[in-house]
Design a protein around this ligand. Structure first.
Ligand SMILES: C[S@@+](CC[C@H](N)C(=O)[O-])C[C@H]1O[C@@H](n2cnc3c(N)ncnc32)[C@H](O)[C@@H]1O
Length: 231
């Protein structure tokens, strides 16, 4: 397992190499991504967990329109599903792979809800939005690609409004099954990735200033860690 130190300066070659590696991997995969068996097995359950957490959060706050940013959105499965909800006012998907973002742009053009959907190419660590722009930030199956995970979580906190919701779902690597899948098998394929431990993610979220945090393990084909925080 490889991970740049959270304190490594951004100008060092390693984080750039990690981002390049992720971009190359997903640029290549993008056009086949929606047909991948991994969707049913791993990615869709993570996306469903995000939908459920948003519904729960909406019930707790009494509803109302919300603006959502999905970081590492891929082909935009989550924001396309959420677009059917009347309370979803603005849904922005950001991804570092231009091919993924282009694919999402094409899907948006075909969507009856195109007016509220937006695709952007960008890096999770440098979110191009003003402070407190969003009510919800989601990040599914992507966090392990980020070279500076602490900085990314601080960015999530910055762009969320007070009371806003963060749902971060990624591989759970704190038991033997998860360790074999994520730290051994996925790391062999994706190379420069880091599946943070349960406690590491807890510390990052708390250090960024989130007021509440709930963490749970979900068992699908591979175990997933669902982190739900309120700003
Ligand atoms: C496995 S896909 C998950 C896509 C989508 N969230 C889903 O669950 O189907 C991981 C995505 O993270 C994106 N990604 C990797 N590094 C990134 C970064 N530094 N900033 C933004 N997106 C990144 C990849 O391009 C890829 O589309």
């Amino acid at each position: 397992m490889s991970q740049a130190s959270p304190n490594q300066p951004d100008s060092s070659p390693r984080p750039a190499e990690i981002r390049r590696s992720a971009r190359a991997h997903f640029d290549k995969w993008a056009l086949r991504y929606d047909r991948s068996r991994l969707n049913e097995l791993v990615f869709f359950p993570a996306i469903r967990a995000c939908q459920e957490e948003i519904t729960r959060w909406q019930a707790l706050r009494g509803g109302g329109p919300f603006r959502l940013l999905d970081v590492g959105c891929g082909t935009g499965t989550l924001i396309n599903l959420l677009a059917r909800r009347a309370d979803a006012e603005l849904l922005v998907g950001l991804d570092y792979s231009p091919v993924m973002a282009r694919h999402l742009t094409e899907k948006i053009a075909q969507s009856p809800q195109a007016a509220k959907l937006h695709a952007l190419v960008g890096d999770s660590e440098h979110l191009p939005f003003a402070d407190e722009t969003f009510d919800v930030v989601t990040c599914c199956n992507s966090f392990h690609h980020y070279p500076h995970q602490a900085a990314v979580v601080r960015g999530f906190h910055r762009v969320l409004r007070p009371g806003g919701l963060l749902v971060l779902v990624d591989g759970f690597r704190d038991n033997v099954v998860g360790w074999v899948i994520f730290d051994v098998a996925v790391a062999m394929v994706e190379k420069k990735v880091h599946h943070a431990a349960w406690s590491e993610i807890r510390d990052l979220i708390q250090a960024a200033g989130f007021s509440t945090l709930r963490q749970r393990k979900m068992n699908v084909l591979a175990p997933l860690l669902v982190n739900v925080a309120r700003r």
